[in-house]
Design a protein around this ligand. Sequence first.
Ligand SMILES: Nc1nc2c(c(=O)[nH]1)N[C@H]1C(S)=C(S)[C@@H](COP(=O)(O)OP(=O)(O)OC[C@H]3O[C@@H](n4cnc5c(N)ncnc54)[C@H](O)[C@@H]3O)O[C@H]1N2
Ligand code: MOO
Length: 440
Amino acid sequence: MALFGRKKKAAPAPEVVEEVPTLPEPPAANDAGLREWQAHRQWVLDQIEPLPPFGMQVLDALGLSLCEDIEADIALPGFDNAAMDGYAVQAADTWNASENAPASLAVVGEIAAGSVADRALAPGTAMKIMTGAPVPEGADAVVQYELTDRGVEDVQIFAQIEQGKNIRLRGSDIEDGEHLMSAGTRIDSRTVGLLAGVGIDKVLVRPRPRVVVIATGTELVEPGLPLGDKGELYDSNSYMLAAAAKAAGAQVFRVGAVGDDEEEMAQIISDQLVRADLIVTSGGISQGDWDVVKAVAPSLGLVDFAQLAMQPGKPQGFGLIGEDQVPMLMLPGNPVSSFVSFEVFVRPVLRKLMGVEPLFREPVRAVTNTIIRSAPGKAQFLRGEVRTDPGGRHTVDLVGGPGSHLLGSLQKSNALVVLEPGTEVVPAGQTVTTWMLTDD
Ligand SMILES: Nc1nc2c(c(=O)[nH]1)N[C@H]1C(S)=C(S)[C@@H](COP(=O)(O)OP(=O)(O)OC[C@H]3O[C@@H](n4cnc5c(N)ncnc54)[C@H](O)[C@@H]3O)O[C@H]1N2
Ligand code: MOO
């Protein structure tokens, strides 16, 4: 019988296995369930892409990393010019001139900066010339006023002047076409000066990362407002982290403290994504019953929470949030823990976004003035005051104890003393690694 009109049984549709995106495998924990801070830092950095280059006015580019090689289109100076206010002359006309037997030359013109002589300088004549004005053709030296009688029609010159004296030659600073700087140069004030000097108004740089800083905790009160009597304290972290990010070159949006409400927290983070290259949160990532960041973050993106073998800064969170996978670093709430976490993780991330090298603080070796004890099995980041003696030798004193609530001693310190997990006691007189906490 014909099969016409009969429906064939449809083949079963192949099962579509939707791939669930995940973060790359994080570094393994040690036997104590703790992750090494260097491995964690590298894993985080591996997921950060430098920001794409952007054209900016040279002044706005201060502190940013250049993304192009720069060559000079002009020479500096652009023309031979006077280094002194005086007279342009031919050096030969001053031979044997002295106090008693001055050379006398007719003054045939005057050249101010920003103007040129209307003719070449003839032998036996002089032209008044001001600092920076183009040296007229025919002249090969400039005599400063102090060696003359400052004559108007004729000038008496009281000294013999050598050829080339007080003339700044074209290209003696920068030659036309000279390579000035390479991609990767960090733009400082002198670089801004040179760029402007060769007529460049805009450069291609990696822009300032836009960093949103969010503090969490129902107990937090905005500075300037009165504290209540229910265990409130002022939100110092969002200010400190915002300041540290700013000092590192970021454009910062500080979001005041958010209470421990999951829905509100999720909404605020989502709202901030549009203006963030990086989100930094503080608090709410430990084992507490109201650790809101830890509770909410998994619903917003790909996240990782870990305990690190470091003190302070043990709990750390990292995520790629929202459709654009905006990186989010979730720092512990204790003020010193927040600060140390900024130094160890956030600052290198900011520098990577900005394309600024080196990513990490240059370690400075210092001799400790006192015995130092460290928690076993953890890296320890202690606050210290490093002093440098006139011979360049660094010594360090600890400031305050290891407590991660000690904001006062943090402020008094100028360095972190960094001890690796294997180090439990360092006797006085031994050398330790420090990171100088300079604002840059
Ligand atoms: N059962 C456990 N408890 C805790 C552990 C643990 O392993 N097991 N770890 C401790 C460590 S270490 C740290 S660090 C903290 C980190 O906790 P959170 O990140 O959840 O931080 P919070 O609980 O929100 O706050 C801790 C502390 O810091 C104060 N704080 C928070 N934010 C600010 C701010 N913006 N300005 C000033 N001070 C702030 C907050 O009031 C708390 O006193 O967890 C330990 N607990
Ligand atoms: O590790 Mo927590 O960061 O000590 O205070």
